[in-house]
Design a protein around this ligand. Structure first.
Ligand SMILES: NC(=O)c1ccc[n+]([C@@H]2O[C@H](COP(=O)([O-])OP(=O)(O)OC[C@H]3O[C@@H](n4cnc5c(N)ncnc54)[C@H](O)[C@@H]3O)[C@@H](O)[C@H]2O)c1
Length: 352
């Protein structure tokens, strides 16, 4: 009998990668996804193609067309499956989109997470529960760190942050965006179920999570969208900070590998900042150069001075806690490799 794993958001970037990696590890993969990404972002966010890919490539893959806001549906499904691991990646993932749909955002991100936590507590409290959180839980507080302006990027000008942002950084009293606030609620609740009920829960506060299987749109999926614009020769709009704002990019495969390491040796109520770290960081201007290198096409863009509300000027994750707890884990996909894979996948998907 294969061990069951339950992956929410299984048609998305992270969920689909996890489904594949757990299948390769011999698990029976159950995925929950109702293609809500297409509702949030329109046809370009449609993830049915990725759902189809999982059904084709994972023998026995169980797709559940269920909304995580459906409390009874989630309770019944977890009761039926009794998963040995739950990995929760379903979300309204966009900072900017949330302001227009605050009920959908909160009900999905906070309410949906609570539904899953309570189901886990009732039916599989020993099973590791991994939650994809976000660096937006820190709000715009990272922008208060002293910065230096370099030719193509901003960087921290404070030795305390030479390695990036660690997990002790305050999540309080800053501007989070509506999305950031709903993710804080979920993040704290996941920690609470770990502490209060002694469940093996973990929050992964993502920087920029990326890879070839993202349906990147303007409002979410920075590198995927930027590269798509390059390939289709559509203008990319830079919002403020001279295009020197820095993101740390981690390939979904390295996220999945960390989750495997965690479930092999789970801890309770843990929090990790998971991103590409400084080594895999780039500014938007630097991302243009890399995209051009792999597509051979110029990046067409325009600049508008107003930054996105609460956007980070410079953010990269301090990975030392992850590595100290799980020393066998490391970043295996370089930024260049990640760009190359995203370019190849867009060529295949767009047939250009
Ligand atoms: N991609 C990033 O840069 C990034 C950065 C930090 C944190 N995260 C977090 O990681 C997680 C995964 O992100 P992603 O990039 O894979 O997102 P994604 O949009 O590619 O995948 C999420 C999936 O969840 C599904 N979904 C959404 N609402 C649902 C609902 N109510 N019921 C059932 N399914 C639903 C969507 O249809 C989608 O397929 C999210 O929690 C996100 O906040 C992502």
């Amino acid at each position: 009998m294969k061990r069951p794993v339950l992956v929410t958001g299984s048609s998305g970037l992270i969920g689909s990668e996890i489904a594949m990696v757990f299948h390769e590890r011999g698990y029976l993969v159950h995925g929950i996804d109702n293609n809500q990404r297409a509702v949030f972002f329109g046809p370009q966010g449609d993830n049915r193609w990725n759902q189809g890919r999982l059904l084709r490539e994972i023998p026995g893959f169980q797709h559940h067309e269920l909304d995580i806001r459906n409390r009874q549906g989630i309770l019944d499904l977890v009761n039926e499956i009794r998963p040995q691991v739950i990995i929760h990646t379903a979300a309204q993932p966009s900072h900017d989109r949330a302001a227009d749909i605050p009920f959908d955002d909160f009900d999905t991100n906070a309410g949906g997470t609570l539904n899953l936590l309570q189901a886990a507590r009732l039916y599989c409290p020993e099973s590791p529960f991994v939650h994809m959180s976000t660096n937006k839980v820190y709000g715009d507080k990272p922008n208060a760190i002293r910065l230096k302006e370099l030719e193509t990027r901003w960087d921290y000008d404070d030795p305390a942050h030479a390695q990036g942002i660690d997990e002790h950084f305050s999540i309080d009293q800053s501007k989070h965006s509506i999305f950031g606030a709903s993710k804080v609620a979920a993040d704290v609740m996941v920690q609470e179920f770990g502490r209060y009920f002694n469940m093996p829960t973990c929050c992964l506060r993502g920087g920029c999570l990326t890879g070839p299987n993202h349906s990147g749109v303007e409002l979410h999926g920075f590198l995927s969208y930027l590269i798509r614009c390059n390939i289709q020769q559509k203008p990319y709009v830079i919002n403020g900070f001279k295009g020197k704002q820095v993101r740390d990019n981690i390939h979904a495969h390295d996220v999945a590998e960390f989750i495997l390491a965690f479930i092999d040796s789970p801890r309770a109520a843990e929090v990790y900042n998971i991103g590409g770290g400084k080594q895999n960081s780039c500014s938007i201007l630097e991302a243009f150069n890399l995209a051009e290198k792999f597509t051979g096409r110029p990046q067409i863009y325009s600049y508008q001075d107003t930054p996105r509300v609460g956007d980070h000027i410079c953010y990269y994750s301090d990975l030392r806690k992850m590595i100290s707890h799980y020393p066998k884990w490391s970043i295996t996909k370089s930024l260049e490799q990640t760009f190359k894979e995203i370019v190849e996948q867009w060529h295949a998907r767009l047939r250009v």
